[in-house]
Design a protein around this ligand. Sequence first.
Ligand SMILES: C[S@@+](CC[C@H](N)C(=O)[O-])C[C@H]1O[C@@H](n2cnc3c(N)ncnc32)[C@H](O)[C@@H]1O
Length: 185
Amino acid sequence: MMEENALDYMHSFLEDQVKNRDLAVDATLGTGRDSLYLKDSLKIQRIYGFDIQKEALDQAKERLGDREGIQLIQDSHENMGHYIHEEVDVVCFNLGYLPGGDKAVITKKESTCRAIEEALKLLREGGLMTILLYRSHKGAQEEVEAVLNLLSQLDQKKFLVHWLSFPNQKNQPAYFLGLKKRTKK
Ligand SMILES: C[S@@+](CC[C@H](N)C(=O)[O-])C[C@H]1O[C@@H](n2cnc3c(N)ncnc32)[C@H](O)[C@@H]1O
């Protein structure tokens, strides 16, 4: 596997392992592109999508149309445990700001880390998490460091974590972070 960018890696990582699964969380809904991918390409049956901005929910609703099994929630992803009371197969984070939206409204390291911790609890054994980490906007570097610091401390017997960078590409391309919750032996 030799993909061109972080989004392609995210797709390859998920395609290999989560086709036709039951439940996904799109922790940063934005314009709904990732949810559309989860629904149409990976055939995930049910999706919870979170975003704090009404504008994002409106755009996502338009993109997703009348597809069934998608619940959109205007709340911070750190509160996902208030809405989801069952194990999930996959959680996707695509951090940063809404494409084409207000660049001042961004994911923040504190709430992002709390949300990742919540997601780790909800993931079923064998479940996957993907995180796309953008680097060029204000506050991005701190968020990258906080996320890497958090995931570096996870017990390697319980979680497999890897991250990918593109060191010779211009304009600070996004990092891809992939995580799998290991199955207990
Ligand atoms: C890079 S965009 C996501 C792109 C999106 N997945 C798509 O397909 O268009 C990041 C999104 O995270 C949202 N966001 C920021 N803070 C958040 C939070 N605490 N909880 C949930 N979403 C948040 C922003 O409003 C923005 O829409």
